[in-house]
Design a protein. Structure first.
Ligand code: SF4
Ligand code: SF4
Ligand code: SF4
Ligand code: FES
Ligand code: FES
Lengths: 195, 918
């Protein structure tokens, strides 16, 4: 995400709730159990997982009201949430497409044709990297090495890696997502539950 | 190698080497402070380091080479946050570090506008200085992406930012967190995208910023500054003086050009405020040359003010005073001095009233704020002043803050209390309102207004029950404990719980926290004193310190947060009807003789009127003339209707003022006084610190220094008093006020002295270290008594309104309303909880009519969770609202301080005069 993106964080509230927006009871329980992992008074340590849960619950991005809610739940200052949320590229501060495609563009992937993959997707979706399709379905982003160089080129959709990419693979991925109603998220809430 | 010198057995000196020469290390110091101490302040360049912030280590400009052996292999370390290691060899200016520093600065400059010539901080920029110092001549890196197009933020009345000049040093963020504790600023994003944000990418105006200016002062460039450009060097001179807005007594450094005040900064070497202020001290100065300043004496003839010369005015007053004195007697004349004036002026005022007029009818606004503190502490300890100093917060283990909303009323001390609470150490807040500090405190005892006595009695009960009293201290240094203890143990905690409305378990926990801390400090404010049981509450707070042995050491004690800047001084100087300068009783024949000899005048021995008694006397035709300095009694004293009637009944009413206040409008003669920027003298802050106030600018044409006005009239009335100069008045004071014995004008230094100051000029940080003035500390038991106001009117008027202060305004607001502070805080509002608002169909922002037995006012509602159901709160900074129309003149039974904090009232949605504005 470039700087202008960051500076114009959206003040809009996601559709899931205006004003009195809140975690579902289920998520709230989960957050509480995460807080319990840390010593009393150190609930700030639960910030990253809580933000992931928030992003998953509220349409794949963190609006100001969502971050304020997280601050309230963790009893920390809103700015402490914001500085963290804006630091990690995995948190979206603006609404994006339902399917977030992150293509690795670092050396190994680049040597193995990442650039072509990116151009291919750009052409197919008729957007540039960093943009979202008008129907709100796809957002395309380029990212740095995702640690999967052995299977380059690769991309990530939510928490799924798609490796050894070919144009065909990419096409079928895009088709699957086009017809799906799902939201790509970094977490399958079950991962949290198991801990 | 031997890096320690053994002097005596066990006493070792640790050494480290700077350029191979050994120097002694202080415990826990960083390489930077070590090198600076020996090689001068400029020995190592720094960028992210700041005098009042913790070391951070983000810029690496302070890097030095460190080796374990002489000329051994070196490692580069950031000196500002690395402790010195004994035996290490430090090379602060090696070629390697010089290159490194230069490279760092070059990198910074790749993303800097380099428009120094037109920059506010030209010649006062730390980046510029470091660049010059490391010798950057060109930037070797090709131009790349940059942030030069970042927009300025000019949204706020005071604070500004231009982040194209930001070097990401984090100083502003740390200032906001560590100094003010406001958490407005932070660094968002990462890498190239890192940037300072206010809140979540908002502006100063929309953020939670309280405009303390700490970040602006901390910023090494002009990336954050203020509208007065306080970091520019345009001024001809900088004058150090003391803020007039509250009893914290912050030191200010005022920049003046061509006789006009340009801006204000806070000196780092001030013990009181170390580079910090609140927005009143730093920004609210433009009242001083406001066009509405009164610039000539005014005499009211046939109901209209006519301009007069000083001589005319003096003659008029002298004639009238003499007439009233001859016709009715001296006791028909009274004076009210001002806690905003200097010690010297207060001294002269009481001397004028006593020695020239011949009456003890002299009081000061301390009456309406901290008179119960003086009284209560005199009863228990023998001295009516703070026992300790604010710096003791650094060593204490527990704080109890009762009836003091310090973050609004004493902001710099408030910020320190907040830092203490944030540190996680036990902090107790006793307040009917969920004040800012309550959000950080360990315990918030949110009692019903007016029940302090009951709540403190509960604390005593639980302390005694848990056996936590300090038996040795009680035996050695107090009296009256047995009877006290018996009374406490008789109390029924269920009943007390019902009275205060606070869960007894919570009170118990707080009591135990206070009593079991090795050192506990208490702070109190007007929420203690402005009650019918105000003096008793002060005695209880004092006794709480006695029962736990929290007296006479660092980090303990009873610390009233004095309201106005010189409330302490006004009382010290004798502006009280029963005690003269230095607190000697006027009715004691020995003292009387001393005073008569000293003033060379005949003095009365009977006590004079306290302020509320003056109003009664006037209404009873027993008072014909009053003289008031710098105090808007019509707006700020309770029960406005009565006050106004009393003042209208006078034959002569002289007012010394800056502006046409509500009080001045009622005057017979107005004398234009001078603001604190225009005079010299001393103020005594809440920790007994006598500090020098230096004249910054000449008094506005036509106005006079208040002290000189009093001297003039004294001479006019036949008493020879030399012209006002702090030096000579202070000398006179030091001869009569024992605790000022060693105070000399030119020896006050930059940080003043805390009284008592002995002959040799040595001040005192902690009182009662060995004994009390009165011998032993006294335990005085008092039962809780319901406020008469509620007994009389509680049924008909079921709500309780309590008055408070807002950060942005000072008292009647005559000064702060004439600054841009009004753009930040625009009107008095009524705090009301959602439940009560709903009951009366009141929405946020609606005008509400608040009615008490004395009158009614319309005020705008603000729905908040700060107050509990049944409780309301508001301020009296604005004459538009005139909240004191409804306050009661019920007062403290002992010191007659009015009960501003408990007023019975009803509320309804207003149909009244402001309706169309809504
Ligand atoms: S002015 Fe004070 S409160 Fe505001 S951002 Fe700066 S440091 Fe924080
Ligand atoms: S605004 Fe100033 S203090 Fe804050 S990081 Fe930037 S340069 Fe440093
Ligand atoms: S805290 Fe008090 S003394 Fe300090 S600047 Fe603010 S008003 Fe002035
Ligand atoms: S370079 Fe693409 S995964 Fe490492
Ligand atoms: S001054 Fe030491 S790292 Fe910045």
């Amino acid at each position: 995400m470039n700087e202008t993106d960051k500076n114009n964080i959206s003040k809009a509230t996601p559709p899931s709730g205006a004003g009195g927006l809140k975690f579902s009871n289920e998520t709230m329980e989960l957050v509480k159990s995460i807080i319990k992992r840390y010593p009393e008074g150190k609930q700030k340590s639960a910030l990253l997982p809580t933000l992931h849960l928030a992003q998953a619950e509220f349409d794949g991005w963190l609006s100001v009201p969502v971050m304020d809610h997280v601050a309230e739940v963790l009893q920390i200052k809103p700015i402490e949430v914001y500085e963290v949320a804006s630091f990690y590229s995995m948190f979206n501060l603006k609404p994006g497409g339902k399917c977030l495609i992150e293509v690795c563009r670092t050396s190994s992937c680049w040597l193995r044709g990442a650039e072509d993959i990116i151009h291919h997707i750009e052409k197919k979706l008729n957007i540039k990297a960093g943009e979202t399709t008008p129907d709100g379905k796809f957002t395309l982003k380029t990212v740095e090495c995702l640690g999967s160089c052995g299977t380059a080129p690769m991309l990530q959709i939510g928490e799924q890696y798609h490796e050894n990419l070919t144009m065909d693979k990419v096409d079928s991925l895009l088709d699957t997502w086009k017809n799906s109603d799902k939201h790509s998220t970094y977490l399958d809430t079950n991962t949290f539950r198991k801990n | 190698m031997n890096n320690t010198i053994t002097l005596k057995p066990k006493q070792e000196i640790k050494l480290a080497y700077i350029d191979n020469i050994p120097y002694e290390i202080k415990d826990g110091e960083t390489i930077l402070s070590f090198v600076k101490r020996y090689k001068g302040k400029k020995a190592v360049p720094t960028l992210c380091d700041a005098p009042n912030l913790d070391p951070f280590g983000s810029c690496r400009v302070c890097s030095v080479d460190v080796a374990l052996a002489k000329d051994g292999p070196v490692k580069t370390q950031a000196s500002c946050h690395t402790p010195v290691m004994p035996g290490s060899f430090i090379y602060p200016d090696s070629d390697r570090v010089q290159k490194l520093r230069k490279n760092i600065v070059e990198l910074v400059l790749t993303d800097h506008p380099l428009d120094c010539l037109t920059c506010e901080v030209n010649n006062n920029c730390e980046l510029q200085e470091v660049a010059a110092r490391v010798g950057v001549r060109d930037v070797r890196y090709p131009a790349g992406k940059n942030h030069l197009d970042r927009k300025k933020d000019l949204s706020h009345p005071y604070m500004t930012s231009d982040f194209s000049k930001c070097i990401n040093c984090f100083r502003c963020v740390r200032a906001c967190d560590e100094v003010q504790g406001q958490f407005v600023l932070s660094m968002a994003g990462r890498g190239f995208d890192s940037h300072i944000v206010k809140g979540q990418e908002t502006t100063f105006n929309l953020s939670d910023c309280v405009s303390c200016g700490a970040c602006a002062q901390a910023c090494p460039t002009s990336a954050i500054s203020d509208v007065f450009e306080s970091k520019s060097i345009v001024a001809d001179k900088k004058v150090r003086t003391i803020c007039t807005y509250c009893g914290v007594g912050c030191n200010l450094e005022v920049a003046v050009k061509g006789g006009i005040i340009k801006s204000i900064q806070a000196p780092y070497d001030a013990e009181v405020n170390t580079g910090h202020t609140c927005l009143k001290g730093r920004f609210a100065f433009s009242f001083y040359n406001h066009p509405e300043r009164i610039k000539t004496p005014l005499i009211k003839r046939n109901g209209v003010f006519e301009e007069a010369s000083w001589d005319e005015a003096y003659d008029f007053i002298a004639k009238e005073l003499t007439r009233i004195k001859t016709d009715h007697g001296s006791d028909f004349i009274a004076g009210i001095s001002s806690a905003r004036c200097t010690n010297e002026e207060n001294y002269l005022m009481q001397k004028f009233i006593r020695a020239v007029i011949g009456t003890n009818n002299i009081d000061s606004c301390a009456r309406v704020c901290h008179s119960p503190t003086a009284h209560g502490m005199q009863e228990t300890f023998g001295t009516g002043a703070a026992t300790n100093s604010i710096v003791d917060l650094k060593v204490t283990d527990c704080i109890m803050v009762i009836g003091a909303n310090a973050t609004d009323a004493h902001p710099v001390t408030g910020a320190k209390l907040k830092q203490f609470a944030l540190s996680g150490k036990p902090s107790i807040v006793i307040d009917p309102r969920k004040i800012e500090l309550a959000n950080y405190a360990t315990y918030h005892l949110q009692l019903r207004p007016g029940t302090n006595v009951a709540l403190l009695n509960m604390m005593f009960y639980f302390i005694i029950e848990a056996g936590l009293e300090d038996k040795n201290f009680i035996a050695a240094r107090t009296e009256g404990y047995e009877a006290f203890r018996k009374n406490i143990l008789k109390l029924d905690m269920n009943e007390m719980e019902r009275i205060t409305g606070v869960d007894r378990e919570l009170v118990k926990k707080a009591a135990i926290a206070y009593a079991s801390a090795p050192k506990a400090m208490s702070f109190h404010g007007l929420g203690v004193t402005e009650h019918s049981q105000g003096s008793f509450t002060v005695m209880q707070i004092a006794d709480l310190a006695l029962i736990t042995g929290n007296i006479g050491r660092h980090g303990v004690g009873v610390n009233p947060l004095r309201g106005q800047n010189n409330v302490q001084g006004a009382a010290d100087m004798g502006c009280q009807p029963h005690q003269g300068a230095g607190y000697y009783s006027v009715s004691d024949s020995l003292n009387h003789e001393v005073y008569e000899n000293f003033y060379q005048a005949k003095l009365p021995m009977h006590k004079g009127y306290k302020i509320p008694e003056m109003f009664n006397a006037s209404l009873d035709n027993k008072l014909k003339a009053m003289w008031v300095i710098g105090e808007d009694i019509a707006q700020t004293d309770p029960n406005t209707h009565k006050v106004v009637a009393a003042l209208n009944n006078l034959e002569l009413f002289v007012v010394q003022e800056l502006f046409m206040t509500e009080t001045a409008k009622l005057a017979t003669v107005i004398l234009p006084g001078a603001s604190f920027f225009e005079k010299s003298g001393t103020f005594t802050n809440g920790e007994r610190r006598i500090q020098a106030v230096h004249q910054v600018v000449e008094p506005l044409k036509g106005t006079k220094v208040d002290g000189q006005i009093i001297v003039d009239i004294m001479n006019k009335m036949g008493y020879a008093q030399p012209d006002y100069h702090p030096d000579n008045v202070l000398k006179e004071i030091s001869q009569i006020v024992q605790f000022f014995e060693g105070v000399k004008w030119d020896e006050l230094g930059i940080n003043g002295k805390q009284w008592p100051v002995n002959k040799g000029g040595k001040g005192t940080q902690v009182l009662h270290t060995k004994g009390f003035m009165s011998g032993k500390g006294k335990f005085i038991y008092k039962d809780f008594a319901e406020s008469q106001e509620l007994i009389d009117h509680g049924k008909e008027y079921p709500y309780i309104i309590t008055t408070n202060r807002e950060l942005e305004h000072y008292n009647c607001g005559a000064m702060t309303r004439r600054t841009k502070n009004v753009l930040i805080n625009t009107e008095d509002v009524l705090l009301i909880c959602a439940e009560d608002a709903a009951k009366h169909l009141i929405n946020d922002g609606d005008m509400v009519c608040v009615e008490s037995p004395r009158g009614k006012v319309d005020v705008r509602a603000k729905i908040t969770d700060e107050v509990k159901p049944g409780i309301l709160s508001s301020t009296f900074h604005f004459p538009e609202v005139m909240l004191n129309n409804i306050t009661s003149d019920v007062h403290d039974s002992e010191a007659m301080c009015p009960e501003y904090k408990v007023v019975a009232c009803t509320i309804r949605k207003s149909k009244g005069k402001y309706k169309e504005k809504v």
